[in-house]
Design a protein around this ligand. Structure first.
Ligand SMILES: Nc1ncnc2c1ncn2[C@@H]1O[C@H](COP(=O)(O)OP(=O)(O)O)[C@@H](O)[C@H]1O
Ligand SMILES: [Mg+2]
Length: 219
């Protein structure tokens, strides 16, 4: 699903955020990306989303060489990826239901179909009774569940999560991981960046460890 070859990212200050990374994530796999703060985890995810471009090397996702995509293909490619952030990134002045329907609405998906899918994913995360609430009325754990529901509503082939439990306490963190595992058992490839070694130990999946932009361990 993801292959990188000698991938490097050098930001303008002359510091290597990533250095010569050759990594493979198989289709259907659940993989952790870990390492201390500044190791390059977020940079790696941003490269996968084409929010940044590599300085050297290449990235192939689901058979697409990311450096060769046209503008239109980039839009299409991004739609196939679900993304979950540490700070949830819900739209504050839209309800839970409207947050989940936002992208389908922009894409012109028929309203009935948007709603059906939104109800289905909300039910799955156990928040159908909160569909008319606004993000600020929800706890952090609930907001992250809405964000996950939104990410899966588009049925992504790949789900990327950047410190999805960084703002949550350990019980809620495990709950979020269980949702990600469930998504994975439905066939979606999942890549989770986290510095939380304890959580990784509890979940127990293949783990790629970065330090100062290099792979230091695969376990
Ligand atoms: N936009 C940027 N411009 C310059 N340097 C950056 C930028 N983003 C990240 N970095 C640097 O790249 C390195 C890796 O950062 P990051 O990918 O955020 O690591 P992590 O997510 O593992 O904490 C750090 O040294 C960071 O300061
Ligand atoms: Mg980060």
């Amino acid at each position: 699903m993801i292959e990188t070859h000698h991938l490097s990212k050098l930001y303008s200050r002359g510091l290597h955020a990533l250095r010569d990374l050759t990594i493979t994530v198989a289709k259907g796999e659940f993989v952790f990306l870990t390492g201390p703060s500044g190791a390059g985890k977020s940079t790696f995810l941003r490269l996968l989303l084409l929010q940044e471009r590599p300085s050297e090397g290449d990235i192939v996702v689901n058979g697409h060489d990311l450096s060769k995509l046209s503008r239109r293909e980039i839009q299409e490619y991004r739609r196939g990826i679900g993304f979950v952030f540490q700070d949830f990134k819900l739209i504050p002045n839209r309800t839970v239901l409207q947050n989940i329907s936002f992208v389908p609405e922009v894409l012109g998906v028929p309203v009935a179909q948007q709603r059906r899918k939104a109800f289905q994913v909300l039910k799955w995360v156990g928040l159908q009774h909160r569909m008319s609430a606004y993000p600020h009325d929800l706890s952090g754990g609930e907001q992250q569940r809405v964000a996950i529901a939104r990410a899966v509503a588009s049925e992504p082939v790949l789900l990327l999560a950047d410190e999805p439990t960084g703002n949550l306490d350990p019980d809620l963190s495990l709950e979020i991981m269980n949702l990600l595992r469930e998504i994975n058992s439905g066939g979606t490839t999942v890549l989770v960046a986290t510095h939380d070694r304890e959580l990784i130990r509890l979940v127990g999946r293949r783990t790629i460890t970065l330090d100062q932009g290099r792979v230091v361990e695969v376990a």
